[in-house]
Design a binder for this molecule. Structure first.
Ligand code: BTN
Length: 325
């Protein structure tokens, strides 16, 4: 508690002198602590997203808290209020929420992490979740809809992300079937939807929508850098992670409340960049070179292979490489 109040005090001293240089000695004297403790606290604040510049041997300049995750700032923007839990670090927000969904009787919950140590993607892939660099969050719903809608939930989330990016950055993102969001040909967001359903009752026990968006410039490995990008790189601006999370949740909630009409599927198709393209699909370790003709109203891919037209669901495919632009 004593520690918390000291951190708040240091923050308030820094904020009072926003954009001005303040020496470590001045902060230490005002807060009645040592200079080394000031430096430790400032390191911690920077790690969770505070933009505090360290000027060598002179002091610190507080710029902004735009990158800091803040439950109140997310909550205050939600159209349909729900509980939000912010964690500094977790293996995977989806895994964490899955355990909670089974053990606690909460109807809706959002879990956000500043970093994931075991972020998961589709088909057992890992999802890079660098600290304070993106949004990594999962939403728990217990929707009263038939289980046939499960596939559409991912499409719905994709549309929500595209809309939110458009609103906050002005950029027109595209969707690579089924759940990757791209900007200028590189992946900026991945979505992992997991559900537990009862076939006898044709109902959901729960559905978890996990979303990761690369927000700020960061160090990617060579392989990742070749295929991934960030909002900051593409939009040349710093988006507030709180605003982005709130906007995505609002867009999901709007469409989930009217999922039976599935209006968003038209939009999903319009955002898709694979329709009309030649693609290589990896299906049960076999490669299929096909042309994408359409996406059905249930989110399945309609393809043509050697004159034969058939549909494929995302579960059947482990890889898709787009051949032609
Ligand atoms: C993919 O690219 O295949 C999907 C990536 C999904 C990543 C998000 S980040 C939040 C949530 N927690 C996870 O472990 N995965 C999802």
């Amino acid at each position: 508690m004593k520690q918390d109040s000291t951190i708040m005090q240091i923050l308030s001293i820094l904020k009072k002198h926003q954009h001005q240089i303040l020496s470590g000695e001045t902060i230490a004297q005002t807060a009645h602590i040592t200079r080394s403790y000031v430096s430790k606290v400032i390191q911690g604040l920077t790690a969770i997203g505070y933009d505090i510049e360290s000027v060598n041997r002179v002091g610190y300049i507080y710029h902004s808290d735009q990158k800091v995750l803040d439950e109140a700032k997310i909550s205050s923007q939600l159209k349909y209020p729900k509980e939000i839990l912010i964690l500094d670090e977790v293996d995977s927000t989806n895994t964490f929420l899955k355990h909670l969904a089974k053990t606690i009787d909460v109807k809706e919950l959002v879990v956000v992490a500043n970093q994931q140590t075991g972020g998961r993607g589709r088909i057992g892939r890992t999802y890079v979740s660098n600290p304070t660099s993106g949004i990594y969050f999962s939403l728990l719903y217990r929707p009263k809809i038939a289980i046939e809608y499960a596939k559409k939930l991912t499409c719905l989330a994709g549309v929500a992300v595209v809309r939110a990016i458009q609103k906050l950055t002005g950029l027109e993102a595209k969707i690579k079937w089924v759940n990757d969001v791209y900007i200028h040909g590189k992946k900026v967001c991945g979505i992992l939807t997991e559900a537990s359903t009862s076939i006898e009752e044709n109902a959901f026990e729960y559905a978890i929508i996990g979303i990761g968006v690369n927000c700020y410039q960061q160090e990617f490995s060579k392989e990742v850098a070749a295929i991934a990008t960030t909002l900051e790189d593409e939009a040349k601006c710093i988006v507030s992670r709180n605003d982005l999370i709130a906007e995505i949740i609002n867009q999901i909630d709007i469409e989930l409340s009217q999922i039976e009409s599935s209006h968003f599927m038209k939009e999903y198709k319009a955002y898709s960049f694979v329709i009309g393209k030649e693609v290589e699909l990896q299906k049960m370790k076999e490669s299929h070179f096909v042309k994408v003709i359409d996406i059905t109203k249930d989110g399945e891919l309609v393809v043509e292979e050697e004159g034969k037209v058939y549909t494929i669901s995302s579960g059947e495919i482990t890889r898709m490489v787009v051949q032609s632009e």
